[in-house]
Design a protein. Structure first.
Length: 200
């Protein structure tokens, strides 16, 4: 028995469905409208991941690195990023659900906002340093924080988007301190936040 069934294709989108993905024989709705894939409804459970492929050869080279595959969910049609693999002109995402999917470009860098301090502030009586990070589309991929070019530990609360540093985890030896935080989203856009704080 073959490992993979033939793909279902329409225009620039194809879906690979491994054998025994469905628990029962089903007839599914498969339509492509522009960059949107309508692949039935998210009501049928799957045993295995399916592969969704977008041919992006029609896009400009400068735009290709900003593209990702997302799933459209909810009444407000929120786009959830699906980890997307790029090989040449093919984007592939794997999912264990059916539903509506879209090829989307994320050209906006993440947002970084200080929560409990401002640039140039004295933080001698503070135990925590808090920064809020967010990304409107593809989501946060990574972050790195340094003080005076030395790595510092910051804990990330996914639900609130808060990065928190406990000053007890770092012995700040300088009165003047240069904070630098680099936040990167899932397609490589990044934001660098810099601030000076003072502490004794």
């Amino acid at each position: 028995m073959p490992m993979m069934q033939l793909p279902i294709e329409d225009q620039h989108v194809s879906v690979y469905i491994p054998d025994n993905t469905f628990y029962d024989d089903v007839t599914v709705d498969f339509r492509v409208s522009g960059d949107t894939l309508h692949f039935h409804q998210d009501v049928i459970p799957l045993q295995k991941n399916i592969g969704i492929n977008y041919d992006i050869s029609q896009y400009q080279d400068g735009d290709k690195n900003k593209l990702f595959v997302g799933k459209i969910t909810g009444y407000r049609k929120y786009i959830n990023y699906i980890p997307t693999i790029k090989k040449g002109d093919l984007l592939t995402a794997y999912t264990k659900t059916l539903g509506k999917f879209i090829l989307k470009a994320d050209e906006k860098a993440p947002n970084v906002t200080p929560v409990n301090f401002q640039n140039g502030k004295w933080l001698s009586n503070y135990r925590y340093l808090k920064v809020k990070i967010s990304d409107d589309l593809s989501g946060i991929s990574s972050y790195r924080a340094t003080v005076n070019d030395k790595f510092i530990l910051m804990e990330y609360d996914y639900k609130t988007g808060l990065l928190t540093h406990d000053f007890n985890d770092m012995a700040v030896t300088d009165t003047r301190n240069e904070l630098k935080i680099i936040v990167t989203d899932n397609v490589g856009n990044n934001t660098t936040f810099e601030a000076t704080f003072f502490r004794k």
